[in-house]
Design a protein around this ligand. Sequence first.
Ligand code: PHE
Length: 449
Amino acid sequence: MAATSGSREAFGTRAGFILAAAGSAVGLGNMWRFSYQASEGGGAAFVLLYVCMTLLLGIPLMLAEFGLGRRGQLAPIGSLRRLGGPAWARLGYVFVAAGLMILAYYSVIAGWTIRYAIEAVLHGFSASAGEHFGAVASGGDAVAFHIGFMVLTILIVVGGVKGGIERASLILMPMLFLIVIGLAVWATTLDGAGEGYAVYLKPDLNELKNPTVWRAAAAQAFFSLSLGMGAMLTFASYLRRDQNLPESATVVAFTDFGVAFVAGLIVFPVIYSLSLQGAVGASTVGALFIALPSAFEAMGGAGRVVGLLFFVTLAVGALTSAISLLEVVTASMMDEIGLSRRKAAIATGAVITALGILPALSTETLGLMDKIAGELLLVAGALATAILAGWRVRSEVEAELIAGASPFWARQVPRILGVLRFAAPPIVATVLFFSVRETIAAFASYFAG
Ligand code: PHE
């Protein structure tokens, strides 16, 4: 453990921290996963459930990570060791493993978004979007774009907390918000937009009886809010005690939900205005990389511009999320082994780049990695985090969260921690049970097929 509080890097501004945390949260999950899951899970019924999960699990768990990180002043392994004792350091290793694995396949998807953006400039979208996606999603090109995206991510993380992560977030996040809102306004002008909104916003309440939809909503909340693998914990370890943590967690969670919701207001009208709904359910990536590009293609010149903006936004969101994933692993190497930031970022980035070649060569492998790391490990990590912060070191976490909070938010801390202690563990444990079952089934079909 080389770093001490005195020499530790820190965010320069309060807004910088909030934008970096929001940058971690807002990403491919908001567009790639959210729209797909909403279309599968009964539209607004899923959206409603998702809001409940964000309030009930998301905000309390984010607050737990913020409290643990700022208290511990180290990356996850060190912070958990410092607060919970050596046994809890193991959870930190699980976080690092999850970060490695998620970034490995996340970067492949991010590579696709960059490719589509470049194609929009060079020659527009392909008329046979399904075949095109099949041809470029895996193989040499996918590997090349994955490597390119990883290099970008590494460069920013090498720049440090203030000069790299905070600066990138301050520039990229406002740009992302503006484009997303602009595209949603444009989508209102489409013929058939009404039908898209109706499907999106009319709840199919029957779906609420389906436990799979509940599990999906909870798992989506963890993934989308970057919870369960120490990303928020790591960012909070770069804070001093003047940040209002409960307020920050609430702002970040609502920003993340807001972007996911508005993204749905883009995706659904575009798809329904061209009657492409059939292409959505085909695969988890169907909506984003097949249905939308064919819609953009059918719209001619305007579609090319809008499509370019759309994929640039996705790439930007992916980049600010990837930074946080790499930072968890990098900061752990810095704190545990005493490597310099540059060496740690390049070494861990290289390992992740190599690991990412597997999902870049097979979309089935990508899907399996998403199930294992993007779902199972996050749910398990969230459960352990709730137990640690809610029970094992509760009083320390509570004191940490109240420090720096305004009187209003300080009064909310015991309430939110009450939810973390009593509501979160049984719900997350139930979700974990179903996730384990799903992951076993996914394994079986992966090796059977
Ligand atoms: N929250 C990110 C997204 O929605 C993904 C992510 C998961 C980032 C876990 C960091 C940690 O795209």
